[in-house]
Design a protein around this ligand. Structure first.
Ligand code: ADP
Ligand code: MG
Length: 729
């Protein structure tokens, strides 16, 4: 076994960087060549068809069957000219990752042979045999059909000879079975609400776009070492492994020079991403050894999320070409930083204004403050729901571990904005303002600098931080679908903007001037949401105590946190904004609870197996060697000398024996705990049982294994160690 480990290490050492040839030295020359984007549509579609697609993208109009046929013809022509032989609807089911089922373009031709064909019907809608996707009991098996429907707002693209058509995925009874459907609905909701509020400031605004700029963190591990770690293969994380003597304590990896093999992987990845129109912008080393980050230029939220999911897929493929495996797990290695996925979120109008950028005058700054304050209130009111949107079995290892914010939601605004809110709170009184008061306030508001400098100091410990021209939701996990948190964020902000507008309008009805009405309602929101504002250290223990005093919730259990999806408040929010029905919420929560249970269950099984058939035999083997040694000593030395010499060895034999017994006993207990949990019917109760009675064994058993790793002869140890996984490259 040990030979295998050392062979793997040898392989890694001998690896050379894979030579990468860029499509063109100028990115702009080949950016998007594999995307059926507007310029290509213009070329391949009739005028009418082109117009229909543009209207579908810009105005959300439906495309009729006749037009769809025309679009399909053009799309097929472009795709086949560019080497595509197959097509697929491409969607985001409620699993980790995307789904696709390829069909060849061919149909039989009359008189024999085949011909390439593609119709509007096939482009628009398909019925994948989807009974094996998670649905949370929405689809009974007797009506196990679901269908996918074309999302014209995200362009089709070619990957490896297959034309991929982004689609939503819905059950036959109309419930969403994916992330995209509710994301699109939430984008519509926030568009509608934000556009209405923008009318107070600028009548020309007719549409507001939600934007997303994600930052994707990940680890790269050499394939040979990965293959020697069954836990990484099956669970995405190491279930055992003693800390390396050196890991990230010298801070020498973050922004360090990129290792050569990794650099060529990144070049290859960017090359592929650019061909697919994914605007990758930033690449750098992250804090932990072998941890990296990629970030694009932000885009419209639905497109940005498709690009994130697509890129994750491409990353896995490109990594294989470079003999790497990419890890998206939130905590692949204990004791060092895990990976997150920051969601940078903003709203922009069709008049070209970023509602989260301060403007040039008091009016635009008041609009800016309106959107900041309403977002803050939305986060305050729906803190439990936002938490629910980011928790998972894997992200649970990261949150609150002094590398990611705790399970407490708070909003960081920075001193500049905070000062302004304090001022508004003091200045505006709920009576008619004097003209002087009003002028003074407006003057102050006008003073917010266009570029907010103090926010560049970045409070990295805040889960929800204002960073100058956007909010950054940092609690999301690296493996997550961004839609999960965006759906909540968009919808909560939409509902808050609706209620803001209703209050302002009510005051205007009572003859309060528009700007005064806005001041008054904003003041109320500032006061009511005060507890969520926190600019201090989100990682500190003081904050946990302070947050409790403020009445903020702090829920560490994943199954508990998920139940926020089922609260009265949540149901009211989502049904009134028409993003989720109650049935969909119940189904999703069930899916999430089941996912949690299964992930813990798989980890428990893998750890049990490894403990019993990798670790215990190795420990016994070493123990036997020690026993032999003691016997030999006894033969050679006289009794006195033997006692001195054998003392330490006997201790070691006892210590190893102790760990072996503990491992065996705890694995047995863990299996029993699983048996008890497995017969629980209710998905929430079952998840809780796994959380409370099975999960703790993972750490317990690991403790003994990691002790053995330090004791047992290095030559015998069957698994690559942390120092090898993280530093041999
Ligand atoms: P940092 O790590 O300092 O936060 P990065 O450059 O790694 O910065 O990532 C910033 C992310 O924020 C990028 O994806 C970028 O496109 C995105 N972003 C920048 N401005 C906006 C904005 N107005 N709205 C949404 N996302 C934005
Ligand atoms: Mg960031």
């Amino acid at each position: 076994m040990a030979h295998f480990r050392f062979k793997a290490l040898q392989k890694v050492i001998e690896r050379q960087p894979v030579k990468v040839v860029r499509e063109d030295s100028l990115t702009s020359n080949y950016y998007g060549i594999n995307v059926f984007d507007r310029p290509k549509m213009k070329k391949y579609l009739s005028k009418d068809a082109y117009k229909a697609v543009c209207e579908a993208i810009d105005l959300g109009r439906a495309i009729d069957r006749k037009m769809a046929d025309q679009v399909a013809q053009g799309m097929k022509a472009w795709a086949t000219e560019n080497g595509a032989t197959h097509y697929t609807h491409w969607f985001h089911p409620l699993t980790d990752g995307t789904a696709e089922k390829h069909d060849a373009f061919i149909v039989h031709e009359e008189g024999g042979g085949v011909v390439e064909a593609f119709s509007g019907k096939v482009l628009s809608q398909q019925e994948p045999d989807a009974s094996s996707f998670p649905s949370g009991g929405i689809r009974q098996t007797f009506e196990a059909r679901g269908y996918t429907a074309w999302d014209a707002s995200s362009p089709a693209f070619i990957v490896d000879g297959t034309l991929c058509i982004p689609t939503v995925f819905i059950s036959y009874t109309g419930e969403a079975l994916d992330y995209k459907t509710p994301l699109l609905k939430s984008i519509q909701a926030v568009d509608k609400a934000a556009t209405a509020v923008c009318q107070y400031f600028d009548k020309n605004v007719t549409k507001v776009n939600a934007n997303l700029g994600w930052e994707q963190e990940y680890f790269l591990i050499d394939e040979a070492l990965f293959a020697a770690r069954p836990d990484l293969i099956l669970t995405g994380r190491t279930l055992m492994g003693h800390a390396s003597s050196k890991d990230q304590q010298l801070d020498d990896h973050y922004f360090g020079s990129i290792p050569t093999r990794v650099y060529s992987y990144m070049e290859d990845l960017e090359n592929e991403a650019y061909k697919l129109g994914i605007p990758l912008k930033t690449r750098h080393n992250e804090v932990a050894p072998n941890q990296f980050e990629a970030a694009p230029i932000y885009e419209e939220a639905n497109l940005a999320n498709d690009h994130n999911q697509l890129l994750m897929d491409i990353m896995k493929k490109v990594a294989r070409r470079h003999n790497f495996r990419v890890l998206f797990h939130e905590k692949p290695f204990s004791g060092i930083n895990g990976s997150g996925k920051h969601n940078n979120w903003s709203l922009t109008t069709d008049t070209g204004v970023n509602l989260y950028s301060p403007g040039k005058n008091p009016k635009s700054n008041l609009q800016f403050l309106t959107f900041v304050i309403n977002a803050m209130k939305a986060v305050y009111d729906h803190q439990d729901l936002l938490r629910a949107s980011i928790v998972s079995a894997s992200n649970a290892h990261r949150l609150g571990a002094h590398e990611a914010p705790p399970a407490i939601l708070s909003v960081f605004l920075g001193t500049e904005i905070s000062k302004m809110l304090d001022l508004m709170e003091e200045a505006v009184v709920d009576r008619k303002m004097t003209p002087d008061e009003k002028t003074a306030l407006k003057l102050n508001i006008g003073r917010i600098p266009e570029i907010i400098l103090d926010n560049t100091d970045r409070n990295r410990t805040s889960p929800f931080a204002f960073t100058g021209n956007r909010f950054e939701f940092r609690a999301a996990g690296s493996s997550a679908n961004c839609a999960s948190s965006l759906i909540v964020l968009n919808t909560a902000v939409a509902a808050q903007l609706d209620s803001f507008k209703a209050e302002v309008d009510a005051l205007i009805e009572k003859d309060v001037k528009k700007d005064e009405a806005i001041f008054q309602v904003l003041k109320k929101l500032i006061i009511n949401s005060k507890p969520i504002r926190f600019d201090g250290d989100g990682y500190s223990d003081d904050w946990v105590a302070e947050a409790q005093k403020r009445g903020l919730t702090n829920i560490n259990s994943v199954p508990e946190a998920l139940t926020a999806y089922l609260s009265k408040q949540t149901k009211q929010l989502f049904t009134s904004q028409e993003v989720f029905s109650e049935k969909e919420l119940e189904a999703r929560t069930e899916v999430e609870h089941e996912k949690f249970t299964m992930k813990v269950q798989i980890e428990a099984r893998v750890l049990g197996d490894l403990a019993i058939n990798h670790i215990v035999p190795t420990a016994v083997q070493y123990q036997t060697t020690l026993l032999e040694n003691v016997k030999n000593l006894k033969e050679v030395f006289d009794a006195d000398e033997f006692e001195t010499l054998a003392h330490a060895r006997k201790e070691l034999i006892r210590e190893i024996g102790g760990h072996i017994s503990s491992i065996k006993a705890k694995v047995r207990e863990m299996v029993e705990a699983r048996k008890v949990a497995n017969v629980i019917e209710d998905s929430f109760d079952k998840a809780k049982a796994y959380d409370n009675t099975v999960r703790p064994y993972l750490d317990d058993i690991r403790y003994h294994i990691d002790k053995l790793e330090l004791t047992v002869d290095n030559e015998l140890w069957p698994l690559p160690k942390y120092r090898e996984l993280l530093f041999v490259r």
